[in-house]
Design a protein around this ligand. Structure first.
Ligand code: PLP
Length: 235
């Protein structure tokens, strides 16, 4: 068994334990293996260990893997786009991905809906709003106070091809206090969005990476995005 496969198994087990420790079912949190910058061969090692959900943050990198794996018969994989997306590249997300975690503009929403209708009309793209809860200007995402209004606006537009599923955020490097506060606030905001919109399936919280996923699970995360702990340090 490869190191990658061993890591996938160990992290799945740890996620299960963390869920139980916070009073949740052991399969409550989905592991997304962040395969950005990794080779096709490394992704295949994770697949051998039973991993099916993968995260990529650029179209260019994703297109060196997704079509190849689909052609090789890997049809049950679930691809999550987790990077900043320029709306002109929406077509590739519509064609290759089932989830996008980084919605933060109306222009992007409109383009994604148009591309879904044109290139993938029988499917819906699962969408998460990215929220910037730490105020760092280097980070994308909607400010907290604009998130509910943004969701109401996109629901009013009622654009086909998109399913509104929840929220995503990124913690602060080496700042446990700020990160925990951000995770706790994202959960409150998700609950508010769900109440205000009445959307039963607006239930996802994408939060937690290699350095902070234990805390994220304790704060209610439903999807953790883990790269380094599975594949090793990125070059
Ligand atoms: C790279 C990345 C991750 C994974 O980070 P690790 O620290 O390697 O686990 C998670 N989320 C996003 C948005 C990323 O860009």
């Amino acid at each position: 068994m490869s190191m990658v496969a061993d890591n996938v198994k160990a992290i799945k087990e740890r996620i299960g334990q963390l869920c139980v420790a916070s009073g949740r079912a052991s399969d409550d949190v989905q592991l997304i293996a962040v395969s950005k910058t990794r080779s096709l061969a490394e992704v295949e090692q994770a697949i051998i260990a039973g991993q099916t959900a993968f995260g990529e943050n650029t179209i260019q990198d994703a297109l060196t893997k997704i079509p190849q794996l689909t052609e090789a018969g890997q049809k049950n994989l679930e691809w999550h786009f987790i990077g900043h997306l320029q709306s002109k590249k929406s077509k590739h997300v519509a064609e290759n991905f089932q989830w996008i975690h980084t919605i933060d503009s109306l222009k992007l929403v409109q383009k994604l809906s148009a591309m879904m209708q044109k290139h993938n009309p029988t499917c819906e793209l699962n969408c998460l709003l990215q929220v910037n809860l730490t105020g760092e200007e280097s980070k994308s995402g909607l400010p907290r106070e604009q998130t509910i209004a943004f969701l109401e606006e996109v629901l009013k537009l009622d654009l086909p091809g998109l399913a509104w599923r929840g929220l995503m955020t990124i913690g602060v490097d080496n700042d446990e206090y700020q990160t925990r506060k951000a995770f706790s606030n994202l959960r409150k905001l998700r609950d508010e969005c769900q109440q205000r919109s009445g959307l039963k399936f607006f239930d996802q919280l994408s939060m937690g990476m290699s350095g902070d996923y234990a805390m994220a699970i304790a704060e209610g995360s439903t999807m953790v995005r883990i790269g380094t702990d599975i594949f090793g340090k990125r070059k």
